[in-house]
Design a binder for this molecule. Sequence first.
Ligand code: FE
Length: 202
Amino acid sequence: MSQSLRLDRLRTFVERIAALLDDAVPEAYLLETGGAYLRELIACDDWLPDAFARVDADHYQQYLLHADSRQRFSVVSFVWGPGQSTPIHDHTVWGLIGVLRGAELVQSYAQNGGGTLLAEQSVKRLETGAVDAVSPDIGDIHRVSNAFHDRASISIHVYGANIGAISRSVYLPDGGRKTFISGYANAVLPNIWNVSKEGVLL
Ligand code: FE
């Protein structure tokens, strides 16, 4: 890992999200302000260690970058190889998605009273630097795909829980749904606390 990586950017983001949650702000404010913090984080691509940007040939990857000590939130890097896509899924908690590299396509779905999924008319294209939000209140079901078929895309997500441990749903083409717990691809996290190396005095 290069010494020049700006992991302080990730630490600052984590500190800011924790402060918002300490203040118990309403969700709309949290998504708007947290979204602005995420936009700032992804405006610079000089902090994500390569180990958390690794493509898998078969499946998109989900690397945990940080989990809050009370599991109030988690920060994750999602890495899509060329043409890779999630299934249609929900989150059950608030979430923010910010594109760090490449571009992503988001197809959102609403659910009618009978539980049938209705695809929103337009597919959203998120370019590098763009931020999107989900939550059970504003719309929680979507499918995300790499917009590119010849290169990887990476987005940074923050969720209102330890997302890899949450039981949630995948929506199947036959109209059924399946419970899943995503977990994470990594066993080791980036060290955002090596502040003496940055010359930060406490
Ligand atoms: Fe999602």
